[in-house]
Design a protein around this ligand. Structure first.
Ligand code: SAM
Ligand code: SF4
Length: 474
């Protein structure tokens, strides 16, 4: 039985959910990686034939203050570490490809994220791309995409080399073009370098590129956001991913913003909603289409969007490679260790680098499709969701609120529902997962961890514990 709507959930706008179920270090720590690997790699007849690959590269040349993802400063590691990391990534890819669970190891798309993957050398990245191509069949029209930053993407030679090894899309964060705010956020690239990256992408002839813009930043108002958006539109990216700032508990940046250190205005929920709606109106006016709850695209069909929607709606496998990566494979969900040495050590010793993991039953699998569909703005074929009617009470409540629409075969998000994609997702959590989410958040508070990955990313060392609490939306 699914809970009725919790009105409270809609008081503040939640960030999108990209992963489900949530794992919690307290209850899901992996004591015996070999046993878990054996379980995950036991062939099942009900496994989806669709698979994608995500590779996390946690190295950056500078650290932006707001970023809570797992990444480390390149300058703190010798070159040898990046080479060993590269080799470990290749070993982990082979392990999945040769696991025996894939009838034909075929990939619908490949994503490199981070961190800043493009801060590895061209040789290192080419060797990873080659390993992917040797171990898997990458569909002929598949998107192979890599996150970079404006500085490293300005390296035309590197980009050309990656293009020769199959890369066909890149993305990078502009966040804002407002210089004083950029400095306060620790964004290193100059506006000239941002433009240089776009020139380089065009020179090399990459078919698609995406940029990230951030909103609800401290000291940002609606006019600043809209002028950023106008300038970014003038660069004609294929995709603009718009992220509202998440302030993760226990991080130094959240502490600074909460205490008003260095900033005179704080993000608010009302501003979050208003900024998204104003951005959406501007994008629509400029013929950009909302293709995911956070992604505006040019008004044409993109294979990447189509393939990722298909994968979500069929409960496809998402292989996560690299430190802190999350994966969902053959009915099991795992997160790798958030530690470069820990990751390398596991692979060099012949273990998969699981940190937390869990296998799930068919009911949780159905919840997963329902939780993930709002951020992909899917028009969900109801027949693909096992026992769809179990969600009837929640669906009807959301329809009454004007957030979902439904016809005989399909369930979709309404225009006003777009703004609340994260909140809608949350309504489809199983009872058990609601508890896990709260427990995992409380565990992170107690142990002074960043709740996103339950790791140390962005957490200042030797500070007294803070008591400020927010909605457990991580
Ligand atoms: C993981 S980063 C990697 C991108 C790449 N290194 C770069 O700087 O362009 C991907 C995007 O996540 C977004 N992001 C990072 N920290 C965030 C936060 N605290 N809240 C919301 N979005 C965030 C930013 O827009 C960033 O460009
Ligand atoms: S936003 Fe990108 S460059 Fe900045 S710290 Fe995060 S991953 Fe590194």
């Amino acid at each position: 039985m699914v809970n009725k709507l919790s009105i409270d959930t809609f008081q503040s706008r939640l960030r999108e959910f990209f992963y489900y179920p949530k794992l919690n270090r307290e209850s899901d720590a992996v004591d015996d990686p070999a046993a878990f690997e054996h379980e995950m790699f036991t062939p099942r007849t009900d496994m989806s034939p669709l698979t994608s690959l995500y590779i996390h590269v946690p190295f950056c040349n500078y650290l932006c203050h707001f970023c809570g993802f797992y990444k480390e400063l390149n300058q703190q590691y010798p070159e040898e570490t990046r080479q060993r990391y590269t080799d470990s990534v290749r070993a982990e890819i082979r392990r999945y490809a040769r696991s025996g669970i894939f009838a034909e190891p075929t990939l619908e798309y490949v994503e490199f994220g981070g961190g800043t993957p493009t801060s590895l050398t061209a040789d290192q990245l080419a060797s990873i791309l080659d390993t992917v191509g040797e171990e898997f069949t990458v569909r002929s029209n598949a998107t192979v995409t890599m996150e970079g930053d404006a500085i490293t993407l300005g390296d035309t030679q590197k980009l050309r080399r990656l293009r020769e090894h199959g890369l066909n899309r890149v993305s990078f964060g502009i966040q804002t073009l407002h210089e004083p705010l950029r400095r306060k956020l620790g964004l290193k690239p100059t506006i000239g370098e941002v433009r240089g990256a776009v020139d380089s992408i065009r020179t090399v002839g990459l078919p698609e590129y995406a940029t990230d813009i951030m909103y609800n930043l401290p000291d940002q108002d609606v006019d600043m956001l809209l002028s950023d958006a106008e300038e970014i539109l003038a660069l004609e990216p294929d995709y603009i991913d718009a992220y509202s700032l998440t302030l993760w508990e226990n991080t130094g940046f959240k502490n600074r913003v909460d205490e008003g250190r260095g900033f005179s205005s704080q993000p608010t929920n009302d501003q979050n909603v208003e900024m998204f709606e104003r951005l959406k109106a501007l994008m629509t006016d400029r013929s950009m289409r909302l293709s995911r709850s956070y992604t505006f695209t040019q008004n044409r069909d993109y294979n990447y969007i189509r393939a990722s929607r298909q994968l979500i709606s069929s409960g496809g496998n998402m292989i996560g490679i690299g430190a802190s990566s999350r994966g969902y494979v053959n009915g099991a969900h795992y997160t790798n260790v958030s530690s470069i040495p820990g990751y390398i050590q596991a692979l060099e010793q012949g273990r998969l680098p699981f940190d937390v993991a869990q296998s799930y039953d068919a009911t949780e699998h159905a919840h997963r499709i329902m939780v993930l569909f709002p951020s992909m703005l899917l028009e969900l074929e109801k027949s693909k969701v096992p026992d769809f009617e179990r969600f009837r009470a929640t669906v009807d409540n959301l329809k009454d609120r004007g957030l979902l629409w439904e016809d005989k075969t399909t369930l979709g998000i309404t225009d006003s529902g777009n703004t609340w994609a994260g909140n809608i997702s949350r309504e489809f959590f199983s009872d058990e997962q609601r508890k896990v989410m709260t427990r995992s958040f409380m565990y992170s508070l107690r142990h002074r961890l960043n709740p996103y990955n339950q790791d140390q990313s962005g957490v200042p060392k030797n500070r007294t514990r803070r008591t400020v609490r927010t909605e457990p939306g991580a």
